[in-house]
Design a protein around this ligand. Structure first.
Ligand SMILES: Cc1ncc(C[n+]2csc(CCOP(=O)(O)OP(=O)(O)O)c2C)c(N)n1
Length: 659
């Protein structure tokens, strides 16, 4: 192996040696512990350490790194204390996730590391978000993120690289090409020859390096990062390497030809570097021994501390509370009584504009939201007022943009991501339910992201522009879900959602945009998330609903003047207002839960179950649900009308009243 020491001092060369030896020695110890049954799972990076170590050592300490499952060397190079690292591997509370996630699935802002989720690819866009924040704040920083050759097949890889290229984000995409994704060799994973061919296709520079040559990795990343700080842009680096052990220790290596091990053993990154330093007389055998002794003592001490720490004791309250960043909303009242009549769509726009004024750190991202103003014109004129940096047109990369939102939260920013239609959130689903929703619980990093979604049917827009998909998110702890039904609530809840540091899914019904209007305060105000509103008082029966359901219920109320119907608008679905539900059930004793979403697995099921469990003594009849048919949403208006629950509401009301 050819090492070029260039102008690097002996101290630098030796510190690199210590840095690469440490993860190797930890791993060797881990393999012993694994055989003894003291560690449950281990993803080995043996043979690939030069990439983690060389690249991590090349960056400035406060530049973020987003490692994967073979990047132990990133954590050790950033001097993560070994007792905490081992406690993390053992599920101890003194680790980085309070025992809630395993192995390398954690981040530490103190060390400027954001760890992976199991899905691999989502990590890449989070790096984009961190880099975007730095770019907006004019900090001359780079962000480094890793991908395996297998993980690079995921759509997330394409989206993250594409957005980074279009937005000129200073991200180093380090591809560790070790020839296998679990047991699948490269030729069954992708057809192209090498990853550097992909860089120019995205419009970014790409370099290929010997990933086993510590100095080559270090020097390349140093130089690349220096140039990127001055001239922000993404760069793809393909590091050629080999995984000397199985995918994880239990899975074996039978599928890998023996010759490959023999070939790559000769290129061992630790042994070769050590030999180089000995040959160059930078190190003596004695110095090697003493460094090894020192590291061994550090590792043993860390292990002892971690093993001596007891397993966590579950505290139910803490477990539930930690799903969210602690935050007590203080509802803001409008500063004056001035009001103007606004349509639903204008109320949303008004709230968004005032939140932009209030939070300079808020960035809007969505397709066609800049000069074009969004397909529903909610951000019309925003570019002139706030500039293109804060009102960002995005490529059709929903998943990446949501991941970017998380990355921006790491840097203390707020983001609002507009889905062009709620239906399209499905392509960003993973980022929402696995990354944004779970991040605070896992390692204490909140996701300060609002996802706005034009939702609902009634416009003859067919199966993919009409869906009600709030139940997908209702079922996901860590998210908040709000769904206003009036211009007043739309503005107040949007402001509240943006203020809240947690991820909030904000549903806005398209059919309401231009069909309803109301006098609403001109000033900024917020409405408490989690509080329902009684929109009509009644005695005979309660309709618990939200969104368009509120309007259907109101219409029915007018059509049945002899019946006293109470209408409770939930407004927030997660959390939902159990107290208000209890009160209305206690008052009328007869309940219908109405929603536009399809019946099975809808929110009505949960609320009905809760009422059955908690308000049984108040009930004078069965808890009924009225919802859309369990089908996709049809296009033709007569079919759509049959799909929607509106026409079935009266019949159900009469049945429950007659019970
Ligand atoms: C979305 C998803 N699919 C599958 C897996 C299972 N899995 C974990 S690692 C891995 C192989 C990854 O290969 P590569 O990206 O080349 O990284 P390497 O393990 O070689 O370092 C697979 C299939 C996963 N974690 N996430």
């Amino acid at each position: 192996m050819n090492y070029n020491r260039k102008e690097y001092s002996e101290d630098e060369l030796i510190s690199l040696y210590r840095a690469i030896l440490k993860p190797r020695m930890i791993e060797e110890r881990m393999l012993v512990l694994l055989r003894q049954g003291k560690v449950s799972k281990w993803f080995s990076g043996i043979g690939q350490e030069a990439i983690s170590v060389g690249s991590a050592m090349a960056l400035e300490q406060d530049e973020y790194i987003l490692p994967l499952h073979r990047n132990l060397g990133v954590f050790t190079s950033r001097n993560v204390p070994l007792d905490r690292l081992f406690a993390q591997f053992q599920g101890k509370k003194t680790g980085f996730t309070k025992g809630r996630d395993r192995s390398f699935h954690f981040g530490s802002n103190e060390h400027h590391i954001v760890g992976m989720i199991s899905h691999l690819g989502p990590q890449l866009a989070v790096a984009d978000g961190i880099a975007l924040s730095d770019l907006l704040d004019k900090k001359e920083k780079v962000t480094l993120v890793y991908s395996g050759d297998g993980g690079a097949s995921e759509g997330d890889f394409h989206e993250a690289l594409n957005v980074a290229a279009v937005w000129g984000l200073p991200v180093i995409f380090m591809i560790e090409n070790n020839g296998y994704g679990l047991s699948t060799p490269s030729n069954e994973q992708f057809k192209f020859k090498q990853f550097i061919d992909k860089g120019p296709a995205y419009g970014m520079d790409a370099l290929q390096i010997d990933g086993n040559n510590l100095l080559e990795v270090y020097d390349t990343v140093r130089q690349t990062a220096a140039s990127m700080r001055k001239n922000p842009r993404p760069v793809l680096i393909e590091a050629m390497t080999f995984r000397m052990r199985g995918h994880e220790e239990a899975s074996g290596t039978k599928y890998v030809p023996q010759e490959l091990f023999e070939k790559w053993a000769k290129k061992d990154p630790v042994e070769n570097y050590e030999k180089f330093l000995l040959d160059e007389l930078v190190l003596t055998q004695k110095a090697v021994e003493s460094i090894r002794e020192e590291l061994k003592a550090e590792i043993e001490e860390g292990l002892q501390t971690a093993f001596a720490t007891p397993m966590p004791v579950a505290d139910r309250q803490e477990e539930i509370a930690d799903m969210y960043k602690p935050y007590v909303q203080q509802p803001v009242a409008p500063a004056s009584s001035a009001k103007t009549e606004k349509r639903f769509v204008d109320a949303i726009s008004d709230g968004l504009r005032q939140s932009m004024e209030r939070y300079p750190e808020l960035v809007l991202m969505g397709q066609d939201i800049a000069e074009y103003g969004g397909v529903f014109k909610i951000t019309e004129g925003f570019v002139d007022k706030f500039g293109k940096e804060r009102v960002r047109n995005t490529p059709l990369c929903e998943s990446a943009i949501l991941g970017i939102g998380l990355g921006m939260s790491v840097k203390g920013k707020k983001s609002m991501v507009e889905m062009q239609f709620a239906d399209f959130v499905s392509v960003g689903f993973n980022q929402i339910v696995n990354n944004l929703a779970k991040s605070h619980y896992r390692w204490g990093q909140h996701a300060d992201v609002v996802v706005r979604m034009p939702t609902g049917a009634g416009t003859a827009a067919g199966p993919f522009h009409s869906q009600s998909n709030e139940a997908w998110f209702f079922h996901t702890p860590g998210l908040k879900v709000v769904y206003p039904s009036s211009p007043y609530d739309a503005k107040g809840l949007l402001n509240a959602a943006i203020e809240d540091p947690n991820p909030v899914m904000y549903f806005e019904h398209k059919l309401l945009y231009r069909s309803i209007s109301q006098d609403i305060p001109d000033d900024y105000y917020t409405i408490e998330i989690g509080k329902a509103k009684t929109v009509a008082e009644g005695e005979d029966l309660s309709i618990i609903t939200y969104g368009m359901g509120v309007h259907w219920a109101k219409q029915l109320q007018q059509e049945m003047p002899g019946t006293s119907i109470e209408i409770l608008d939930l407004r927030s679905l997660l959390p939902w207002d159990k107290e208000a539900v209890r009160n209305t059930v206690a008052k009328t004793g007869r309940v219908i839960i109405l929603h536009e979403d399809t019946l099975t697995g809808g929110i009505g099921g949960e609320i009905a179950a809760w009422i059955g469990e908690n308000c049984f003594e108040h009930l004078d009849g069965p808890v009924a649900r009225v919802a859309s048919l369990d089908t996709a949403i049809p296009f033709a208006p007569p079919l759509e009308a049959e799909f929607l629950p509106k026409q079935r509401l009266r019949e159900k009301v009469e049945a429950i009243l007659a019970y």
